[in-house]
Design a protein around this ligand. Structure first.
Ligand code: C2E
Ligand code: MG
Ligand code: MG
Length: 582
């Protein structure tokens, strides 16, 4: 292999190796490391089940596939692989190189077939380079990939079906965006079909540029495209893509120095709400597209009216929430935490509220999801901690400096790479005792990027801040989190407390969580305690603290101070009573 010119950055390609054989991985990683002209980034997957997930999440320039990887039906697997990842060449490694078998590999979509037995290192590197550079040439000729230029309704149908099957298995949602270019016939008849084709290629390239690698763009008609979006958490994510498409068409296209402006009409539909099969889903999206046509130019419609109304409501709320952040419409409520042994308030949890100018006081259920989706939870989170610190200062000034204050952190706040630094700056500017501050996180925060979360938590822990695991028992509960992260408090989710006195299983579970937490030297807080019976159960099983409407809901700072004063008065009355008795 030739040496690159000094100073020229190395080309880099991502290789996925699909084999069950660890020796293949060792051999290939050593071989690729030897190539001084190209940087090969090798990933290895050793199980069919994991390969799906990996290919969905990451994109690769080449796949090296051991024919024995799928032991039952290797050709079907190869067919699936090459269809799903049309833009990624697959090189097969096979012991059987009989002409008949090799032909069947090519027919099933393999780019090349090599045999380990006669394979020299040089030869293998040459085969890899040939595959990736050849693919690049194809892509340059058809910017959006070979499948996009040509109408391919059959492929579209198959891929939509596959996406629906995957979603059905994992109980996820699939979004379908049906795009029709308005009055494309006019272009064809005025500029000619050649120009029309050229324009379609430009449209395809522009659309492809908007999408994630896992989103699937296919041309399904002369002037129609479809985008299949998998794992969409919400209708709004489909709207975001539709908005990106709208923006993409805001700029004109250039055809032999002539500017051509295009508009599109889009129909949006989701599996399973608007169709449980590929046919039904397509029909819904198609119908929605026709409705969008009535609005003239770059518009989109959902299949059903209710969805349209809901999405419009969400979009309006999003605009309002941006405004709320700027114009001080957020407030904090505090819910007391009561020590079970002394029956006294020992701390509080800060809970954010939005004083909406028209809709009144809204709880986080109305806007946290939206704030997380849009990233606005990051500035909101900083506002919350700033406000909570200021309120802690105020409480200390009133003589309540020994209260512990908990603040919720959303997993999405860990997307911010300056999280720990900014939090430390805010906290340092406040005159508070950091040992009194606690952050509540859910396990999703720890699942997102363990290393980053771990480093944030340990930096904050080093200045005295404590952490609680919120909503314990819901979602993916893993005890390993409890040991790996500096967590000192465990909060049992309200859903277990609800039935703790009526359901034997919940009672066993709650007792188990309390004793587990104590064996790990953690404090246990029960959330959502609403009755005297629940409180009594928790007290008799040594739960440390409780929080719930039985004592108080979240209240304004002023009302919280009133609760503290009331408690103070009753403590004083009690001690006076005791003195008089002795
Ligand atoms: P969480 O942290 O688990 O907070 C406890 C929720 O349970 C609060 O709801 C609280 O009002 C409610 N609750 C407490 N005791 C009872 C009870 O006895 N009965 C019933 N029915 N409910 C009770 P809220 O205020 O609506 O907050 C919901 C969630 O929103 C919180 O759950 C937390 O995950 C999130 N959240 C609240 N404030 C913030 C914030 O400042 N930042 C972030 N990122 N999330 C927040
Ligand atoms: Mg909480
Ligand atoms: Mg909770």
């Amino acid at each position: 292999m030739s040496e690159p010119c000094p100073g020229t950055p190395l080309e880099s390609f991502r290789v996925l190796l699909l084999t069950t054989d660890q020796m293949d991985y060792l051999w290939l990683s050593q071989l690729l490391a030897r190539d001084s002209s190209i940087r090969w980034e090798l990933s290895w997957v050793n199980a069919v089940s994991a390969s799906q997930e990996q290919l969905h999440r990451e994109s690769y320039d080449i796949i090296v596939w051991d024919v024995l990887f799928h032991q039952d039906d290797s050709l079907t697997f190869l067919r699936f692989l090459s269809r799903q990842h049309q833009q990624t060449p697959v090189i097969a490694l096979s012991a059987d190189v009989s002409p008949q078998f090799v032909r069947s590999l090519f027919q099933a979509g393999a780019h090349d077939c090599l045999t380990r037995r006669h394979l020299g290192n040089e030869e293998f590197l040459r085969a890899l380079s040939h595959a990736v550079f050849r693919q690049r040439q194809v892509q340059q000729r058809h910017p959006a990939g070979p499948g996009i230029g040509a109408v391919n309704r059959k492929l579209f149908h198959e891929q939509l079906q596959q996406a629906i099957l995957r979603a059905e298995r994992k109980q996820e949602r699939v979004g379908l965006l049906f795009i029709n270019i308005d009055e494309f016939r006019r272009i064809n008849s005025s500029l000619g079909y050649r120009a029309g084709d050229e324009l379609i290629c430009q449209v395809a390239a522009r659309l492809q540029g908007l999408l994630r690698r896992s989103d699937n763009l296919i041309r399904i008609g002369g002037d129609e495209f479809a985008i299949i979006l998998e794992k969409i958490p919400h209708n709004l994510s489909l709207v975001r893509v539709a908005q990106k498409v709208q923006n993409a068409f805001a700029e004109p296209f250039t055809l032999s120095q002539q500017q051509v402006s295009l508009t599109v009409s889009m129909g949006l539909a989701t599996y399973p709400d608007n169709g449980v099969s590929a046919d039904l889903l397509l029909r819904s999206a198609n119908q929605a597209m026709f409705e969008a046509k009535f609005e003239h130019g770059n518009s989109y419609r959902f299949y059903n009216q209710k969805m349209n109304a809901e999405v419009n409501r969400q979009l309006a709320l999003e605009t309002d929430f941006r405004q709320a952040l700027r114009s001080d419409q957020l407030i904090l409520h505090y819910q007391p935490k009561v020590d079970v042994r002394t029956n006294r308030i020992v701390g509080m949890e800060a809970l954010v509220r939005w004083q909406h100018p028209h809709l009144g006081l809204l709880g986080p259920g109305h806007f946290i999801g939206l704030a997380e989706k849009t990233g606005m939870v990051i500035p909101m989170g900083y506002w919350v901690i700033q406000r909570a610190c200021a309120d802690m200062e105020e409480l200390a000034r009133l003589g309540y400096e020994d209260l512990d204050c908990s603040v919720n952190l959303s997993f999405r706040q860990f997307f911010d790479k300056k999280l720990s630094e900014t939090l430390q700056r805010i906290i340092a500017n406040a005159q508070i005792n950091t040992r009194r501050l606690e952050f509540e996180l859910t396990e999703s925060a720890m699942m997102f990027d363990r290393e980053y979360t771990q480093s944030c938590l340990s930096q904050l822990h080093s200045i005295g801040i404590r952490f609680a695991l919120d909503d314990f028992g819901t979602g993916y509960s893993s005890f390993s989190h409890l040991q790996r992260f500096p967590i000192s408090t465990l909060k049992i989710d309200k859903s277990f407390i609800d039935n703790v006195t009526t359901n034997a299983d919940d009672a066993i579970l709650v007792r188990g969580i309390i004793s587990l937490a104590h064996s790990l030297h953690m404090t246990v807080v029960a959330e959502g305690v609403e009755t005297a019976e629940q409180y009594e159960f928790l007290r008799s099983h040594q739960c440390d603290q409780v929080q719930g409407y039985y004592f108080s809901p979240g209240v304004t700072l002023e009302a919280f101070v009133e609760l503290l004063k009331k408690q103070q008065r009753s403590i004083e009355a009690e001690s006076k009573d005791q003195k008089e008795r002795f």
